[in-house]
Write a protein that binds this ligand. Sequence first.
Ligand SMILES: [Zn+2]
Length: 101
Amino acid sequence: MVERASNTKRRRKGRSALRPDTALVPVGEPEREIYVWSLPGCCLRSFKEAVLAEAGDRRRLELECASCGRSWRVTSSLDERVLDRFVTHGGPRVGGSYPAA
Ligand SMILES: [Zn+2]
């Protein structure tokens, strides 16, 4: 798929900023949890698009990056828009049986 030309120039301040406290894991590697700002640029872009999209009434199980094909799961977030868009998959920390690093 080719990159889309920027057809939407308008962006509202504040609304488009993501909170930094969202954590994700690569699918299949539940121990490699990272914060959203550590995502590769292409994945971060896909994530933002998914979160900021207005339509849709069902939450996604995971994010699939259209550029690199990697899949990510949201493990935790305090951002309402993220929680609205994605099912959160509790990481090892939620189970409580994970020893502190
Ligand atoms: Zn990517």
